[in-house]
Structure formats: C-alpha cells, structure tokens
Design a protein around this ligand. Structure first.
Ligand code: BGC
Length: 352
C-alpha cells in the first residue's frame, strides 16, 4: 500500500512510500483509507517544525484528519465492513496521568500522550490503516466524504465545551461570539456557535473568496477590519481565537464584554514579540472576571459532539469548506497554499 511519510525534523522529506499492508492487531479494525484533511499542524510537521517518528524509526506516516471505510472488523467490535469511520488522534499516556486515567487524554498532564500522524504513532495518510474499535468513531453514512471534517470539528466542539464549563462557574447566558480567523477551525467554530443560538461574528483578513460567503451563508457576520475596532465595537461575550497571531490574541483579550471568555485554539510558532500593556490587560480581566482558556485536541466525547454537530449542519455548506481535493499521487499540491483554500483534502482511494 502507498502511504504519505516523512522524517520529522527533516524538511523536504515528505514522499509517497510503499509499505507492507498492515495486519490488524487483536481486536483491531482494518480500514481502507478514503481521505485525510491537511491542517496547519501537518504543514508544520512537513516544514520540520513539529512531529515525532515512532520510537526506533525515522519515518512517520502523516495524517490525523481521517476518513475510512471498514474493511474487516472482528466480531463484537461494534463495526461491520463497509462502515464509515474516523480514527481518534490522541492516545492516553502509558502511565497514565490522572486525566488520561479518566479518558480526559486531551488534558494529559505529563506530555507522554501519543498522537497518530503527529507524535510517535503512524497516522492515517495511507491506503490502509488499522485502529482499535475504542478509538474509531462511526460516521453517519449520510455525511459521506464530509466525514473527514469530524476531527477538526472535534477540536472546536471541545473549545465550545470549555467555554461553557468556564462560563458556568457563575451566571452565563452568552449572546454574542467573535471568532477570529476564518480557516476551517474558525468556520467550524462559527457553525457550532450559530447552532447554539449565538449571534456570531467572524473576523479574517481576506475580503473576497469563499470565506466571506461561507460566513454569510451561515447567518453570521463577516468582518475584515482591525481586530481592536471590531472587537471593541462588538464587546463579545465569547471569543474563539483561531489564528494564533499574538497581537490578535491580546486584542481579543482586551475587548470582551464583562465576564468574557476567550478560548485560544491557534498553535503559534513564537519568536515574534508584541508590545502589550500587560497591566491594562490584567486590570480589565480582574475587574471583569474575564477568563482566557487554552484548548487543544479532543477526547471521545468531543468526537461524538462533532459527529452530531456535522449531522445537524447544512451539507452544502460543509461541502463548501472543502475547497480542494487532491489525489494521493499529487500530494505535494495539497501543501501549496491556494488563494481560495479553506480545507484541502487528500483522497486516498483514487477519487473513487
Ligand atoms: C490536532 C490535535 C492535536 C494538535 C497538537 C492539531 O492539529 O487537531 O488533535 O492535539 O494538533 O498536536
């Protein structure tokens, strides 16, 4: 079978590799890969800025936003051949820490968790892959190829859950949300915000292309102005930050409504300094009981929430998020940014 592999830490090492077909371990499913989504983390791994090969090996199979069709399933696994599935990204650390012991591996404390396609476990960017049934999420057949959006949606389902849980430490009835960044994470966060009945605003730099249209079609409001102006005018109760841009993060923090919750989801590189009036940010946060919460990854509960959110969404709208589908043989094209890109997907089944 063909797989998309690279040597973490070595730029330019991404290539198609012929690997022996995998043999499922006891109880595991064998899955025919249909598609993998490409996200910022994949690009960082390709640029040798992130990622770890499995112990004792140089190369890692890339791909963590999966979609596949079950090929073989052991009896009692809860799956049957033909089922559409998504593989969960993270596995608990082997010790395990208190969080991993309670299935909250997305909040792992000792950093010894592993992640498929990212950290020490092969990913899903292969024509065949195996997965433990406990880490396989069934996808509604009606979603079809859109199931590849389950993983990024799980990340925002977690973010929204964190916002609610933080907010519910006292009276919390948020009305207005600002999402910064109209990439797939921002747009899916906006989708869930709208589903929850909030007035949603999305801020991004671009003024044309699919992003403003997608925001519009969601019934949300698109902005492309300066973050300070937009945020201070809106005074959002909730901000979902999906750019990781330092200036934006602090501007968002400084311009929420009282009791505002800012949830940070963008993994930034660091190394760029920003001038911040830290004392003012502190003063505002204290006097308004504001909270800033970071959120990464997702546990099984969030995958289920994601599958529900996608099932309730408009299929055409979701389809509009996937702006390019690149066959595995042309994988390099998927890592070249296109002007109209939102979500780029690599198809693994020859586009069948
Ligand atoms: C993935 C998460 C993962 C994070 C850090 C993201 O792109 O969606 O599941 O935890 O990268 O590795």
């Amino acid at each position: 079978m063909r797989a998309l592999t690279l040597e973490p830490g070595t730029a330019g090492s991404l290539r198609l590799t012929d690997l022996p077909d995998p043999t499922p371990g006891p109880g595991e499913l064998l899955v025919e890969g249909l598609a993998v989504g490409v996200c910022g983390t994949d690009k960082e791994i390709v640029q040798a800025e992130y990622g770890w090969a499995p112990p004792g090996r140089d190369r890692l199979v890339l791909g963590h936003e999966s979609l596949g069709r079950v090929s073989t399933a052991p009896e009692g696994s809860g799956f049957t051949p033909g089922d559409l599935v998504v593989g969960v990204v993270r596995r608990p650390d082997p010790e395990p820490c208190g969080a991993c012991a309670r299935d909250e591996f997305d909040n792992c404390r000792n950093g010894r968790y592993t992640e498929r396609g990212i950290k020490e476990l092969d990913g899903y960017g292969a024509e065949l892959w195996c997965v433990e049934p406990a880490y396989a999420v069934a996808v509604d057949p009606a979603l079809g190829h859109l199931g590849v959006l389950v993983e990024p949606t799980s990340v925002v389902a977690k973010a929204w859950e964190q916002v609610r849980r933080v907010g519910e430490r006292a009276w919390f009835e948020p009305r207005r949300a600002l999402v910064t960044g109209a990439g797939p994470i921002g747009l899916l966060a906006a989708m869930i915000g709208v589903q929850q009945g909030l007035e949603v605003h999305v801020l991004d730099r671009v003024e044309t292309g699919p992003k403003p249209r997608l925001v519009d079609r969601l019934g949300a409001t698109y902005h492309s102005g300066y973050v300070e102006e937009v945020a201070s005018g809106l005074q959002p109760d909730v901000v979902i930050e999906a750019t990781g841009v330092g200036d934006l993060v602090f501007a968002a923090m400084g311009n929420t409504a009282p009791y505002g919750v800012v949830c940070l989801t963008g993994v930034s590189q660091g190394g760029r300094r920003t001038r911040v009036d830290a004392a003012k940010v502190n003063r505002d946060m204290v006097l308004e009981n504001d909270v800033v919460v970071g959120s990464v990854n997702a546990n099984l509960r969030h995958y289920r929430q994601a599958a529900e959110a996608l099932a309730a969404a408009d299929r055409d709208w979701l389809d509009g998020l996937i702006t390019r589908r690149v066959p595995l043989g042309s994988f390099a094209d998927a890592f070249e940014a296109g002007p109209e890109d939102v979500k780029v997907v690599i198809t693994l089944d020859g586009g069948r």
